[in-house]
Design a protein around this ligand. Structure first.
Ligand SMILES: Nc1ncnc2c1ncn2[C@@H]1O[C@H](COP(=O)(O)OP(=O)(O)OP(=O)(O)O)[C@@H](O)[C@H]1O
Length: 250
């Protein structure tokens, strides 16, 4: 379970998150929608502690992320402890972020060997299974530059899974893709949803949200304006701001 509690985040005078509360149950998919600049990416980045919080806390399966509590106060964890926590939080970026100098297989093997100390042989076998799962077993020896954007993103998803994360965070995973490649990436994410992977997906793909989300969250101005099952939020929004946003994107 991911628990985001009263999270505030500012960049200088700009208050980007203004008290965000969010709970994601294990095995469920939460899709976050909202206009540009509403704080969606910043929220994802606070969950794996790429951004420090100004107030509030985030826990995953009961473990505080980025901080420890002592004497009623939160103290920031050391970098090595944050890195250890991050290995359990998969992050899939808009622009794939694969290692360009490593083959597809090596991209998947690198982190389990270095961060989880898995024997290389086991990591290679697991990487092979993950590549099967995303339909890219035949690309194990290719370099990222030899793949389409959709294939690169499927490798990025497999790489995130290689760390056996407790939760997978997706930051607009299809918005850098040509339209004809969007479906193949969404299909991989749908498949993960069917197998009970806990996920938080920031996307503008409303059809995907309707089909896959357990919960749809609408953010605006750094707060959660509305959340609920897809049919409730998408078809009968209670808040004017949600309705106004949806009327522009639907
Ligand atoms: N590192 C930073 N320093 C300063 N301002 C930032 C930083 N990161 C984000 N912001 C600002 O915070 C606000 C929210 O950005 P964020 O990327 O979280 O929004 P978003 O909802 O994900 O938008 P989009 O849909 O366009 O990606 C924006 O005004 C952005 O310029």
């Amino acid at each position: 379970m991911v628990d985001v509690h009263g999270v505030h985040k500012s960049f200088g005078p700009l208050e980007v998150l203004r008290g965000v509360d969010l709970q994601v149950r294990a095995g469920e998919v939460t899709v976050i929608l909202g206009p540009s600049g509403s704080g969606k990416s910043t929220l994802l980045r606070t969950i794996n502690h790429l951004e420090k919080l100004n107030r509030g806390w985030i826990s995953i399966d009961g473990e505080l992320i980025g901080y420890r509590r002592s004497g009623g106060k939160l103290h920031e964890l050391k970098e090595k402890d944050v890195l250890r926590q991050r290995t359990h939080i998969g992050f899939v970026f808009q622009n794939f972020n694969l290692f360009p100098h490593l083959t597809v297989l090596e991209n998947l093997v690198e982190a389990p060997v270095s961060a989880l100390r898995r024997p290389r042989k086991d990591a290679v076998a697991a990487a092979g299974r993950l590549l099967e799962r995303v339909g890219l077993a035949d690309k194990a020896d290719a370099y990222p530059r030899q793949l389409s954007g959709g294939q690169q993103q499927r490798v990025a998803i497999a790489r995130a899974l290689a760390l056996e994360p407790k939760v997978l965070l997706f930051d607009e995973p299809t918005s850098a893709l040509d339209p004809e490649l969007v479906g193949e990436v969404l299909d991989v994410i749908k498949d993960l949803a069917r197998t009970g992977t806990t996920m938080i997906v920031v996307t503008h793909e409303i059809g995907f949200a309707r089909e896959v989300a357990d919960t749809v969250v609408f953010m605006d101005g750094g707060v959660v304006v509305e959340q609920g099952p897809p049919a409730a939020v998408l078809d009968a929004p209670r808040h004017e701001r949600t309705g106004a946003f949806l009327s522009k994107v639907l």
